[in-house]
Design a protein around this ligand. Structure first.
Ligand SMILES: NC(=O)C1=CN([C@@H]2O[C@H](COP(=O)(O)OP(=O)(O)OC[C@H]3O[C@@H](n4cnc5c(N)ncnc54)[C@H](O)[C@@H]3O)[C@@H](O)[C@H]2O)C=CC1
Ligand code: BAL
Length: 500
């Protein structure tokens, strides 16, 4: 019997009850997994178990892929006009809007993020993403290519077929919408695995998918572990493409699995250690506020987090004074309190991982300028933390911490800061603060990163591509570029007169 999750929110920011089935969502229905298994859902604010959801195995992946292939062949794919796909995506966005408060509450509960952030950033961003791709559904045309008078050649952008999507826990619905938006707009069917750490909101979306009117089997959601469901998806011969967001380590495993099996197309959005460069002439108050947003947004659990802050010597002392005060004034607490800026980290595992990084920074001789410890006595809260006196070889300077932990590094000249900014295996994002447009653009063009924000940071737009250089990934999400992740280009040659 498929179970049910039911939670009564009686909070200062949201009151209401959320109830939905907790099975696997396959062929438009909630079903039990082939092998009976569940995982606990844990509230990171107090570490209490608040429910259980079913998790799948490779056998459920087999079933979902078959169903998705049937839907692709019979009721989706080339059978449905782009304009119709656009209407359905728009309807799904409308349904998210109608249920926005509840969806935000589920994200706040499961991830631990502030309800106001979940409502205003996550859910509004999801709605905007689906509407953006709804607009593309009937506009992603191929080209007519001139060869000579005796030939007509043209290209078609055809859907790939069954695509696999594996998403993380830091922005569960945002990552879901970044992935399903372009995949559905271009006519693919989907098998999606949410993170086992945050399984709730994707389940709530399943009934909205049905309500929007998607044919059964177009969207299939299988909660489960990465090592079983994720691995099975990556190896599956019936999945022609995998899109993944998460750690670089797991990205490698997915590529290896794809290489070993059917050479499926792989796009990866991985880790980062993004530099945030603040020059002497920056508007300092704005630089401080953006730098704080850069590292503390979502409790530092953002792949684009501006975790290495380079400050030019002339404003270093003043920046540190203001940045310290700003960081110390952040309110940590229950995500549903209206004044909360920072909630808990998502899990015990992530809490331990971040605390280990903090310990390694201390042992390596970096100075804890502020923070460095647990906040409160229950849940997974970590104090906003700033390290100074760092050296390039320290783990806290090189590796992604994915928590509210910044390293601040003083620099003097432009060439040196560009060298330091690029001295990383990652290349996801970066930021530059200066009022000198020539300096800003000169540095922007030298930084090896998929995104350069000038006088802002951690500020993506749905119509602008996002993705990484180097070990931060392969391919781009968002914008028109994301459509290329989900289409195969077919060239059609029509002979109008060439004789053999
Ligand atoms: N780029 C980003 O937005 C994210 C980066 N990360 C980074 O990864 C670190 C570790 O976090 P994790 O949750 O352990 O990341 P992870 O990469 O293991 O998890 C992300 C997703 O991949 C799945 N997965 C795990 N192993 C898999 C496998 N062998 N095959 C297929 N799918 C698999 C997970 O179940 C989850 O759905 C974080 O501290 C952070 O540095 C984590 C989440 C998001
Ligand atoms: N991983 C998608 C964007 C972010 O974490 O900031």
């Amino acid at each position: 019997m498929v179970g049910t999750f039911s939670y009564k929110f009686d909070t200062p920011t949201f009151k209401g009850t959320s109830t939905f089935p907790t099975g696997l969502f396959i062929n438009g229905k909630f079903v039990d997994p082939v092998e009976d298994a569940t995982i606990d859902v844990i509230n990171p604010t107090n570490a209490k178990v608040i429910g259980k959801v079913a998790i799948g195995s490779s056998r459920d992946v087999d079933i979902a892929v078959k169903v998705a292939q049937d839907a692709f062949d019979k009721s989706w794919g080339l059978n449905v006009a782009g304009s119709e796909r656009g209407k359905l995506l728009w309807k799904l966005a409308d349904l998210m809007e109608q249920n926005a408060d509840e969806l935000a509450a589920l994200e706040a509960l499961d991830v631990g993020k502030a309800y106001s952030v979940a409502r205003n950033f996550d859910i509004n961003g999801c709605i905007a993403t689906l509407r953006y791709y709804a607009g593309w559904s009937d506009k992603d045309h191929g080209q007519t290519i001139e060869t000579d008078e005796n030939k007509l050649a043209y290209t078609r952008h055809e859907p790939i077929g069954v695509v696999g999507q594996i998403i993380p826990w830091n922005l569960p619905l945002v990552m879901m919408c970044w992935k399903i938006g372009p995949a559905l707009a271009t006519g693919n069917t989907i098998v999606l695995k949410p993170s086992e750490v945050t399984p709730l909101s994707a389940l709530r979306m399943c009934s909205l998918v049905n309500e929007a009117g998607y044919p059964a089997g177009v969207v299939n959601i299988i909660n489960g572990l990465g090592s079983t469901v994720g691995q099975a998806m990556s190896e599956h011969m019936g999945i022609e493409k995998i899109a993944f967001t998460g750690s670089t380590v797991t990205g490698r495993k997915i590529m290896e699995a794809a290489a070993r099996t059917n050479l499926k197309n792989v796009t990866l959005e991985l880790g980062g250690k993004s530099p945030n460069i603040i020059f002497d002439d920056a508007e300092i108050e704005q630089a401080v506020k953006w730098a704080a947003h850069g590292i503390y947004f979502n409790h530092g659990q953002a792949c684009a987090a501006g975790s290495r802050i380079f400050v030019q010597a002339g404003i270093y002392d003043e920046f540190m004074k203001r940045f310290t005060a700003h960081s110390q004034a952040l309110t940590l607490g229950d995500p549903f309190e209206p004044t909360t800026y920072q909630g808990p980290q998502v899990s015990q595992t992530q809490f331990d991982r971040i605390m280990n990084y903090i310990d390694s920074g201390k042992k390596d001789g970096a100075k804890v300028h502020i923070g460095g410890g647990r906040h409160g006595s229950e849940g997974y809260f970590i104090q906003p933390t700033i390290f100074t006196n760092c050296r390039p070889e320290m783990k806290i300077v090189k590796e992604e911490i994915f928590g509210p932990v910044a390293v601040v590094i003083k620099f003097t000249d432009e060439e040196d800061v560009v060298r330091q900014a690029n001295d990383t295996a990652y290349g996801l994002a970066s930021a530059i603060f200066t009022q000198n447009i020539n300096l800003a653009l000169r540095v922007a063009h030298k930084i090896q990163a998929g995104t350069v924000w000038i006088n802002c940071t951690n500020f993506p737009e749905v119509n602008v591509p996002f993705g990484g250089y180097k070990q931060s990934g392969i391919g781009r999400e968002l914008g028109e570029y994301a459509l290329r992740n989900y289409t195969a280009v077919k060239a059609v040659h029509v002979n109008l007169g060439h004789k053999m």
